[in-house]
Design a protein around this ligand. Structure first.
Ligand code: SF4
Length: 423
C-alpha cells in the first residue's frame, strides 16, 4: 500500500513540475512515507527524520505522511520542530497546500475515506506491476493491529473507479495488476442499481484486458475467502497460483486472544478447496510469534501448521505492542529473548518450506515477469508466478517483459534459470 501511495505522491508532484533526486541535500521537498505496523518501523522513522534534518538544505520543506503521521499527530512537531507537515495516509493529497504556503505548518490526520483517490491525478506511466487499491481500512479489529486506527473503518472503492484505474494502468505500461487492500477479499461495492460487486468481479473484469497478463491480490482475511473467489482460481488463468492468506498463529487459543478466526479446520478447508480448483496453488502466510500469553505449546502449534500447510514465501515477526491496541494492555507479555528464540525456530521451518518448494521447481518451465537487472549488471531478475526471484544470465538480445524460463537450479532464496522463448 505504501508503494502505491508513494507512486501517487510522486505522480502528483510531477504534475507540478517537480523532479526526483536521490540526494537529500539537493531536495526542495522531502517526504517520508511511513509505516506504523511495528514499533521498530516507527522508531526508524524518527531516526531517519533526525538524519534528514541534518542533511537537508535550510529552505527545504520536509515532513511525514502515512501511518506514523496519523499515529503521532501534533506530537511529531514536538519531537522534530523543523517538520513542515504531518499528513495521515488518507490526507496526502493535501501536500500542495504546504507547497503553496511554505511558511505554515500543516497537520491533517483525518480519516477522509476515498477523497484522496478522487483528487489525485492519474498516472501517465505505470511500472510493469501496478498496485490498485480496492478498499481502505479494516473492520476486523485484530487485537494487535494499529491499522483500524491509522487507516480507519473499511470502505470499498466504486467498481468503475477501480476498473478505470486498472484500464489506465494497462494503457500506460502495466502487465501485472495487484489489487490491494488491508482486507482485500472483503471488497464489496453496491452501485446505485443495487448490484453488488466483489473482488472476483474485479478480477474477471481486469482479466479481459489484453495487456494484463498476471493478476494477484493482497492481503486476504481467511473467512472472507468466499466460494466465488475460490472458484475464480480455477477459471481465470491470469490469476496467479499464489495466495497470501495470513493465519498469524497455529494456536486456536492465541487466535481467540488475537480476535482472529480460530477454527483451524475451516482454514484448512479453504486451502483444500483452493487446491481442488487449482492444484498448483501455493499459500503464504504472515505470522506473529510471542503474542501475549503464548506458551511453548501454543508456539509448537504454529510450527505444526507451518509444516502442514507448507507455506512458502511467508513473513514472520516478533509481536510488537502498538498504541491504541488491546493486546498492548494484555497481561503476560512475552520477553524479547523468548520471542527471538521462537522467531528463529519458525524462520528455520519457513526457510525449509521455501527451500523444498524452490528445489521442486528445478526442471519446470515458468512464465516470469521481468523485474530488474541485478547489482552486477550481468544478470536479470524475474518474478515467477509464485513471487520467487529467478535469476538469468543477461542475454545479448533485447528481452520481452514476460519470458518463459526453464529453472535449472535453486536454493532457499532464489531460482536460477535460462530464457527459453519470448512470449
Ligand atoms: S485483518 Fe489485517 S488489517 Fe485488519 S485488523 Fe486484522 S491484521 Fe489489521
Amino acid at each position: 500500500m505504501n508503494v502505491y501511495d508513494g507512486q501517487r505522491i510522486a505522480a502528483m508532484l510531477k504534475t507540478r513540475g517537480m523532479v526526483e533526486t536521490d540526494n537529500v541535500a539537493d531536495a526542495d521537498l522531502i517526504i517520508l512515507n511511513t509505516c506504523a505496523v511495528r514499533e521498530k518501523a516507527t522508531n526508524k522513522v524518527y531516526s531517519a527524520l533526525g538524519r534528514i534534518r541534518r542533511a537537508k538544505k535550510e529552505s527545504a520543506l520536509f515532513g511525514i505522511v502515512g501511518c506514523v503521521a496519523r499515529e503521532s499527530g501534533a506530537d511529531a512537531f514536538k519531537r522534530i520542530p523543523e517538520l513542515n507537515f504531518v499528513l495521515g495516509p488518507q490526507s496526502y493529497h493535501k501536500l500542495p497546500e504546504i507547497i503553496d504556503n511554505p511558511d505554515t505548518k500543516l497537520l491533517n490526520i483525518d480519516l477522509g475515506g476515498l477523497e484522496k483517490f478522487d483528487e489525485l491525478p492519474q498516472m501517465t506511466q505505470t511500472p510493469l506491476v501496478a498496485y490498485i487499491p480496492v478498499q481502505e481500512g479494516c473492520n476486523h479489529c485484530c487485537t494487535y493491529c494499529i491499522v483500524p486506527y491509522t487507516r480507519g473503518r473499511e470502505i470499498s472503492r466504486p467498481f468503475n473507479d477501480v476498473i478505470n484505474d486498472t484500464i489506465n494502468a494497462a494503457n500506460t505500461g502495466a502487465i501485472e495488476i495487484c489489487f490491494l487492500g488491508q482486507n482485500v477479499n472483503g471488497y464489496q461495492y453496491i452501485d446505485e442499481n443495487g448490484t453488488t460487486y466483489r473482488l472476483s468481479d474485479l478480477i474477471r473484469a481486469a482479466a479481459q484486458l489484453p495487456e494484463i497478463q498476471r493478476i494477484r491480490f493482497t492481503s486476504s482475511y481467511p473467512t472472507e475467502m468466499t466460494d466465488d473467489l475460490i472458484e475464480i482460481f480455477g477459471t481465470e488463468k491470469k490469476l496467479l497460483p499464489f495466495l497470501n492468506m495470513p493465519i498469524q498463529s497455529g494456536s486456536p487459543r492465541i487466535l481467540k486472544l488475537m480476535n482472529r478466526p480460530d477454527d483451524l479446520n475451516a482454514y484448512k478447508t479453504i486451502v483444500e478447496k483452493l487446491k481442488r480448483v487449482r492444484p498448483d496453488i501455493q499459500i503464504s502466510s504472515d505470522f506473529i510469534v510471542g503474542f501475549p500469553d503464548e506458551t511453548d505449546e501454543d508456539f509448537a502449534e504454529t510450527l505444526r501448521i507451518a509444516r502442514e500447510i507448507k507455506y512458502i514465501n511467508s513473513y514472520s515477526f516478533k509481536y510488537s505492542p502498538r498504541p491504541h491496541t488491546a493486546a498492548a494492555l494484555m497481561k503476560n507479555q512475552i520477553s524479547e529473548q523468548i520471542k527471538s528464540v521462537r522467531l528463529q525456530k519458525l524462520d528455520a521451518q519457513l526457510n525449509e518450506n521455501q527451500r523444498e518448494f524452490n528445489m521442486s521447481c528445478i526442471g519446470a518451465e515458468m512464465l516470469c515477469l521481468y523485474e530488474s537487472a541485478d547489482k552486477t549488471g550481468k544478470n536479470l531478475v524475474f518474478r515467477t508466478p509464485y513471487m520467487q526471484q529467478c535469476i538469468v544470465a543477461k542475454p545479448d538480445q533485447k528481452i520481452a517483459s514476460m519470458q518463459k524460463i526453464k529453472i535449472i537450479d535453486a536454493n532457499k532464496s532464489c531460482l536460477h534459470g535460462e530464457i527459453i522463448k519470448s512470449e
